[in-house]
Design a protein around this ligand. Structure first.
Ligand SMILES: *[C@@H]1O[C@H](CO)[C@@H](O)[C@H](O)[C@H]1NC(C)=O
Ligand SMILES: *[C@@H]1O[C@H](CO)[C@@H](O)[C@H](O)[C@H]1NC(C)=O
Ligand SMILES: *[C@@H]1O[C@H](CO)[C@@H](O)[C@H](O)[C@H]1NC(C)=O
Ligand SMILES: *[C@@H]1O[C@H](CO)[C@@H](O)[C@H](O)[C@H]1NC(C)=O
Ligand SMILES: *[C@@H]1O[C@H](CO)[C@@H](O)[C@H](O)[C@H]1NC(C)=O
Ligand SMILES: *[C@@H]1O[C@H](CO)[C@@H](O)[C@H](O)[C@H]1NC(C)=O
Ligand SMILES: *[C@@H]1O[C@H](CO)[C@@H](O)[C@H](O)[C@H]1NC(C)=O
Ligand SMILES: *[C@@H]1O[C@H](CO)[C@@H](O)[C@H](O)[C@H]1NC(C)=O
Length: 786
């Protein structure tokens, strides 16, 4: 996770869906509210798949996705999230303009928790005083339907006043610089725009909106500044105070009291190009403002249904609704972001697609992009093309990107992994020559500013073959920390280069293959590790910081773990990013066999992994942990991966509002869960899926391009999860002993049947059953397995 603001999602009412026999995709299982409190930071509002418009109620609590079920107060409703900006609107309380609380502090109000209704493409909420707001979305347009409480409902004699809706030029974290608004009373239209700052990146961006109100006659309108309002003027330009003082400001409109049961509908077109385009987006996507609400809601639901249609689940007797809900909701969240901003990129002209909100690739490359690759390869292709087009026009592949801005790089240049993953999985439509050029650029050229693009320390990387502790780097500038985590990530990134390079016939791929072994240079064989109370963990051999002169530095292997302190770019910067040396030890995705040998063989490796997971050193709430859950496979103990997955699910991933152990990071956590429940886990950048029985009787995935259906089915399925271990397996009816399978499983639509039992068996345990590792194949035939 990076972050302040993550995009995710979650849902609604618990539905009683019978879970007995084969069910098809059922989007009623999706609960966008999963992860809406306790740090999941999901986006719970209305959106199309990869949609730009993302309306939801914003609360003043912690939540960065806008809404949270943490009981904090609603401050407004806004249309863009993860960029979290652009015209919060808010219905005013009774009392007319003079009494209206315009500022967030004055207008905020509680909501009725049980009124919240979230589902794909829809979000509805009722505030404590009876205001109700329903929202839905087209790609670049949010639609809000406001119902005002009927007058006199609160005691007699209440003077009913005209409803007022205020349009605030603020964003969630008040980063607004200057902004403009204009109010057209005659046409019921409010237009505006402003400059804002990205929440995890550099620079600034401009956003534009165009709001049209219908349903009641507009009586008056004007602007407000800091709780003072007037009918004149009708336009405002507000700027950030000289010393960054933040002034709240916006526009307002008052309406005739609608008839009982009537609503006021607001259509808010958004754009990153211009106010005019915001208006035309709204007009073309939602021509009939009032009449289109239900139609849009249905269309959004249908769009989600179509995106999820490749997947079918046979739950099996006794599987809980919660398990299904966690599964479908996790999948749903993988498609909220990145957002399709094609046609909304003011930075360059191109015929290529433009996606934004890669928030961040460091989170998403591990499980989310591989997931999209199997269920929505066309979208994945468009995302990869967008990354490459960004390289073409900005000079670098993004590592993190939001709101048209470059986001902070957390470790390596992990777009390289996304590209290699697309390559080995035959994603179509990619210019691989250009893709490789972009990857080589990451590996060879150091940018002046490597805090948001490329890699730092490349001179040392090339000459010393590791990233040194306190590197002497005068070529480029970035946070000069993370020498250990950057070394292991750069090594894997270079492996990914070598795969694409070899595939398209580039001679230099061998150079990158050799740099892929650089992680070994920071392994200190005699390094020990003690817990804070002095207890010896009993393991020897860890990565350590190494100076340029080859002398070892020191970082406690447990530092930056959940047992010690939090380390990020800004908080306690260390030689490992957001995790410990303990955890990064396991990050050698391309050469697990070599790592296992180095730490003393499979038995020691398994003991280490167990200790890591059982001691609290593992941080299940952050992405670097993902692969470690399944690494027992590489030590010939696939049953232990299965056991580990069941230990975390549903204990730490479940269908509750607090059912995520950490920031969902734009669907990264959702995809970890989806893969886990489905019974396969990717090692991204390689055509490898680690097999561990699904939590359901069977799952089918129809490849959207070949139309062939892959099936993974449990025989002897037991929903109490006592029989979770594979005893034997067949692939297309023939015995299958490997504990992994390659991507052809999906494209060719194979059937994998796993016979389960209560005890670990010898299935998948022999050397020839293990997933490929670089050193095996290099030793055997001098080159990597294709
Ligand atoms: C919501 O706002 C009210 C009124 O300002 C305040 O009393 C209450 O404590 C707030 N609730 C939360 C959870 O912040
Ligand atoms: C608004 O602020 C941005 C960023 O500070 C600046 O680039 C832009 O010129 C300003 N616009 C106006 C009209 O002052
Ligand atoms: C920004 O909004 C103001 C007020 O509506 C308008 O005058 C101005 O033209 C807008 N700017 C752009 C670039 O659309
Ligand atoms: C040290 O902490 C570990 C983990 O909490 C615990 O198992 C062990 O008993 C403790 N040892 C001592 C000597 O307190
Ligand atoms: C290597 O450099 C470090 C940091 O400057 C220094 O502490 C150490 O003494 C040096 N080692 C040698 C052998 O010069
Ligand atoms: C669901 O997951 C959350 C977050 O990991 C955890 O705190 C909670 O205890 C879990 N709930 C159940 C019922 O397992
Ligand atoms: C897959 O199905 C779609 C829709 O029915 C069809 O257009 C397409 O040609 C099919 N592709 C293949 C490879 O059969
Ligand atoms: C990728 O495409 C090539 C050429 O069409 C084919 O040989 C290979 O099997 C495909 N790989 C996968 C994983 O589908």
């Amino acid at each position: 996770m990076p972050s302040t603001k993550a995009l995710v999602s979650g849902l609604s009412l618990l539905l009683q869906i019978p879970t007995t026999q084969a069910t098809a995709t059922d989007i009623n299982h999706i609960n966008p509210l999963i992860g809406s409190t306790a740090g999941g930071n999901v986006f719970t509002g209305a959106s199309l798949p990869y949609g730009l418009a993302k309306p939801v109620a914003d609360v003043d609590g912690q939540n960065t996705g806008g809404f949270s079920t943490d009981g904090s107060n609603v401050t407004g409703f806004s249309s863009l999230h993860d960029s979290g900006t652009g015209g919060e609107s808010f219905p005013c309380e009774d009392g007319g303009i003079a009494e209206c609380g315009f500022t967030k502090e004055r207008r905020k109000r509680g909501y009725k928790l049980d009124s919240v209704k979230a589902e794909p493409g829809f979000f509805g909420i009722e505030l404590v005083d009876g205001f109700k707001v329903d929202m839905t979305a087209a790609r670049r347009t949010a639609v809000y339907r406001f119902s005002f409480p009927s007058s006199g409902a609160e005691g007699d004699g209440a003077v009913s006043t005209d409803p007022v809706i205020s349009i605030d030029l603020t964003d969630l974290w008040e980063s607004r610089q200057n902004a403009s608004i204009s109010v057209d009373v005659k046409n019921g239209r409010v237009k505006g725009n402003g400059t804002f700052l990205p929440s995890f990146g550099a620079g600034s961006y401009q956003t534009y909106f165009c709001a049209d109100f219908v349903g009641a006659r507009v009586k008056d309108g004007g602007i407000w500044v800091n709780d003072r309002a007037g009918s004149e003027p009708k336009e405002l330009f507000v700027t950030r105070g000289f010393n960054n003082f933040y002034l709240q400001a916006g526009g307002w409109m008052s309406f005739e009291q609608p008839d009982e049961g009537d609503t006021i509908t607001a259509r808010v077109g958004v754009s990153f190009i211009s106010t005019e385009q915001a208006c035309s987006n709204g007009e073309s996507e939602v021509p009939n403002i009032e009449g289109d609400f239900d139609k849009l809601r249905d269309e959004a639901k249908k769009a989600w249904g179509e995106r999820l249609s490749p997947i079918k689940v046979t739950p099996g007797n006794g599987v809980s609704d919660d398990m299904l809900s966690a599964f479908w909701s996790g999948i749903y969240r993988t498609m909220l972001s990145p957002q399709d901003m094609t046609g909304e990129n003011p930075l360059w002209e191109s015929d290529e697609p433009y996606f934004d909100s890669f928030y961040c690739i460091w989170d998403a490359f591990r499980a989310q992009h591989p997931f999209l690759t199997i269920v929505d390869p066309q979208a994945q292709s468009r995302m990869v093309r967008s990354l490459i087009d960004t390289y073409k026009h900005e000079g670098w592949l993004p590592d993190c990107r939001m709101s048209l801005c470059k986001g902070w790089t957390q470790g390596g240049s992990n777009a390289d992994v996304v590209l290699a993953d697309a390559y080995v999985k035959n994603i179509t439509g990619i210019d691989w020559e250009l893709a490789y050029k972009a990857m080589v650029n990451d590996a060879e050229n150091e940018p002046l500013e490597w805090s948001y693009e490329g890699r730092g320390g490349l001179q040392s990387w090339k000459s010393l073959n590791y990233i040194p502790f306190l590197d002497f780097d005068y070529l480029g500038f970035g946070t000069n920390s993370r020498s250990i985590s950057r070394t292991v990530e750069y090594a894997y990134n270079d492996y990914c280069l070598s795969v694409v390079g070899q595939g398209i016939g580039k001679d230099d791929h061998t150079k990158y293959l050799s740099r892929a072994g650089n992680w070994r240079n920071i392994y200190k064989e005699d390094q020990t590790s003690f817990l804070e109370n002095g207890t010896d963990t009993g393991f020897t051999g860890f990565f350590q910081p190494k100076y340029m002169n080859g002398t070892w530095g020191f970082q406690d292997p447990i530092a930056c773990s959940a047992l010690a302190s939090w380390c990020s770019l800004t908080s306690n910067p260390s030689e490992t990013f957001e995790s410990s040396i303990w955890e990064y030890l396991f990050y050698v995705p391309h050469d697990m066999a070599n790592l296992i040998e180095l730490v003393g063989g499979p038995d020691t490796f398994v003991k280490r992994l167990d200790y890591f997971h059982n001691s609290g050193l593992a941080d299940i709430g952050n992405e670097p942990v993902f692969l470690t859950v399944y690494e027992y496979h590489y030590a010939g103990r696939p049953a232990l991966s299965t056991k580990r997955a069941h230990n975390y699910i549903p204990r730490t991933f479940n269908a509750s509002n607090n059912g995520l152990p950490g920031n969902d990071d734009s669907g990264a956590m959702g995809s970890f869960l989806a893969w886990s429940l489905m019974g396969l886990f990717p090692n991204p950048g390689q055509s490898v899926y680690l097999i561990s029985p699904p939590f359901f009787e069977a799952v089918e995935i129809t490849h959207p391009e070949t139309n062939k259906t892959a099936t993974i089915r449990n025989i002897n399925f037991d929903s109490s999860y006592e029989k979770i271990f594979v005893q034997s397996a067949t692939l297309n009816g023939k015995p299958y002993t490997k504990n992994w399978i390659d991507h052809a499983f999906f494209t060719e639509g194979m059937t994998l049947e796993l016979t389960l039992g209560e005890a670990e068996s010898d299935w998948g345990t022999r050397k020839e059953d293990l997933p490929p590792s670089l050193s095996d194949t290099v030793v055997q035939n001098g080159m990597r397995r294709a």
